[in-house]
Design a protein around this ligand. Structure first.
Ligand code: NAP
Length: 248
């Protein structure tokens, strides 16, 4: 059964990693997919054509989610091209890890802008069309680090905890208009973001997880599929941990 037939979904940061996994799973479920990326032009173009080959409509846009005006323009362009927006996935994110002692103001601001302000920018931009449709599902990518904290990631943890507060507030504001807003808190998902870590550290993470493995982009994408579809029609303001039991 295709769960998103005829829906238009926008995903920020889908040129690789979790965002790419979401785009692939959603396209297989019949969704048209508009996605953004920051600088990976080649992989974005490859993804665009692979998705179009699945018989849905897909388009990649180079757009910085941290920039308010670019987010608005992206949404305007998608509405002009696709005609509607049913689901927004705020996935774009970066890390700039360091102990507080060594963390620069620039690295703090950059992580907050890309991980948190982007969520504000994109949600503001889609709000009007979702209000008009009296329907919508917004899914924000938080992290177990936003729930629990992590040494060396004060900027990242603050941004991801901020995403949770934003999600719950939007759920309260827009619930009466049938717009749902939920967050996902992935644990350790093996992507380029985690490939920066040494193999020892990666193995340490795997060993400490109750399910004894890192997650895959598809593990997170399947949770997004549930939250985007009508299977979760009575769920809003929640945080779903997709972490192999890490926070148990
Ligand atoms: P990733 O492999 O590093 O991919 C990040 C994606 O975001 C890329 O497509 C990148 O585009 C895009 N991006 C970065 N800055 C952007 C910007 N300013 N505007 C638009 N797009 C931008 O990361 P990932 O591991 O898939 O993570 C995806 C999300 O899940 C992030 O929010 C991350 O914090 C969260 N998360 C990840 C993990 C994990 O273990 N991997 C755990 C918890 C939460 P380019 O390719 O052009 O750079």
């Amino acid at each position: 059964m295709k769960l998103l037939e005829g829906k238009t979904v926008i995903i920020t940061g889908a040129s690789r990693g979790i965002g790419k996994g979401i785009a692939e799973v959603f396209a297989k479920h019949g969704a048209n997919v508009a996605f953004t990326y920051s600088s990976s032009v080649e992989s974005a173009m490859e993804l665009e054509s692979a998705l179009n080959n699945l018989g849905i409509r897909a388009k990649g846009y180079q757009s910085d989610a941290a920039q308010f005006d670019q987010a608005q323009k992206f949404v305007d362009d998608v509405l002009a091209e696709f005609g509607r927006i049913d689901v927004l996935i705020n996935n774009a994110g970066i890390t700039k890890d360091n102990l507080l002692m060594r963390m620069s103001e620039e690295d703090f601001d950059k992580v907050i802008d890309v991980n948190l302000k982007s969520v504000f920018n994109m949600t503001k931009a889609v709000q009007k069309t979702m209000l008009k449709n009296r329907a919508g599902s917004i899914i924000n990518m938080s992290s177990v680090v936003g729930v629990k904290g992590n040494a060396g990631q004060a900027n990242y943890a603050a941004s991801k905890a901020g995403v949770i507060g934003f999600t719950k507030s939007v759920a309260l504001e827009l619930g009466s208009r049938n717009i749902r807003c939920n967050a996902i808190a992935p644990g350790f998902i093996e992507t380029e973001m985690t490939a920066k870590l040494s193999e020892d550290v990666v193995q340490g993470w795997r060993d400490s997880i109750p399910l004894k493995r890192g997650g895959t982009p598809e593990d997170v994408a399947n949770a997004c599929l549930f939250l985007a579809s009508d299977l979760s029609a009575y769920m809003t303001g929640q945080v779903m941990n997709i972490d192999g039991g890490m926070l148990t």
